[in-house]
Design a binder for this molecule. Structure first.
Ligand code: PBG
Length: 320
């Protein structure tokens, strides 16, 4: 085996997987204001004001990153039990999307999450009654949220809420509203994970959620076949591509999904994974650039077509 590993040229020649900037999706947190707000649990990631978000979108284009995903840190005063800010045509994420699209046009894809947690006073992704997260009532709202976001100009609707039957209903709602070109990226295999902590700090939903969890709709980390079942349903309902989330602890699921369905399959290297690698690198225990690139390449090896990662800009710089 060592003969083919002996020189750089033979290692390059036999290389099976490659990471390129085309594989990266860059998540951006936005707030309604100017300037930047650091997020302590996500070193070097900040919430961006509206002009700063537009500048980041321009930077993504310059770096060759194909798409960004926007997440709003909603003003706590606008969070309500019924999360109605989610369906306001002029909410933060819609305004930022319009601003970015008018700056960069079609040179960058804009992905918007569909779920109620950035807008709800209880931090759940759906509507809550008597302590239960309601399915069908939530799906009605997710359809409206999707239309509002598509009207703002987003290219991909990414339902991350894990309600049942939402993909088919959202597809129908988008088509009826004339948004037949808007893609649906379904967070199909999304686990009830402890790795989302820093994200909930970033969008300010951690305190709203408190000690509650999302186990009645997100998958148990014990499940593997269930992910295949869920992806099959979402594809049958009209998903164009699917997401596995979290990423690194779930590479077995990425590989299974890609092998089973052969559809565009994305992985989300979530906030806790980024925080973990950065904490070790910042302590001097790991080489930041080396672990970043190795972790991203591992997603490619598992079969991911793209990776949503907080390292996207740093990795794109290194790949230049
Ligand atoms: C909201 C959503 C979450 C993430 C993306 N969309 C949090 C959650 O489900 O609680 C987490 C992403 C990350 O940790 O980076 N539905």
């Amino acid at each position: 085996m060592r003969r083919v590993r002996a020189h750089d040229w033979t290692r390059r020649l036999t290389r099976e997987n490659t990471l390129s900037v085309d594989d990266l999706i860059w998540p951006l947190f936005v707030f309604d204001g100017l300037g930047t707000q650091p997020i302590p649990s996500l070193p070097d990631v900040s919430r961006l004001g509206i002009p700063e978000a537009r500048d980041a979108a321009r930077r993504a284009v310059d770096l060759g990153i194909p798409a960004i995903a926007l997440f709003p840190a909603t003003d706590p005063k606008l969070k309500t039990e019924d999360a109605r800010e989610a369906i306001n045509e002029d909410n933060l994420v819609c305004r930022v999307t319009r601003e970015i699209k008018s700056a960069v046009g079609d040179s960058l894809g804009v992905i918007l999450d569909v779920a109620l947690d950035p807008y709800s006073s209880h931090g759940q992704d759906g509507l809550v009654r008597d302590g239960r997260v309601l399915n069908d009532e939530t799906v009605d709202m997710l359809c409206q949220q999707s239309i509002v976001q598509a009207n703002a100009g987003c290219d991909i609707i990414a339902p991350s809420d894990m309600m049942d039957g939402r993909i088919g209903r959202i597809r129908e709602a988008l088509d009826t509203a004339g948004h037949t070109d808007v893609q649906i990226m379904s967070y199909a295999a999304k686990y009830a994970s402890a790795f989302y902590g820093p994200f909930r700090d970033a969008v300010g939903s951690a305190a709203n959620l408190g000690a509650a969890d999302k186990k009645t709709y997100q998958q148990s980390p014990a499940q593997s076949d269930e992910a295949i079942h869920e992806v099959a349903l979402d594809l049958a309902e009209g998903a164009d591509c699917v997401m596995v989330k979290p990423g690194m602890p779930y590479l077995d699921i990425v590989a299974r999904v890609k092998q089973s369905f052969g559809v565009p399959t994305y992985a989300y290297q979530v906030s806790g994974e980024y925080a973990m690698l950065r904490a070790a690198a910042d302590a001097g225990w790991l080489d930041r650039d080396a672990v970043m690139m190795e972790s991203l390449l591992a997603f490619k090896r598992a079969g991911a077509d793209g990776i949503l990662t907080y390292f996207a800009d740093a990795a794109a710089e290194l790949l230049k």
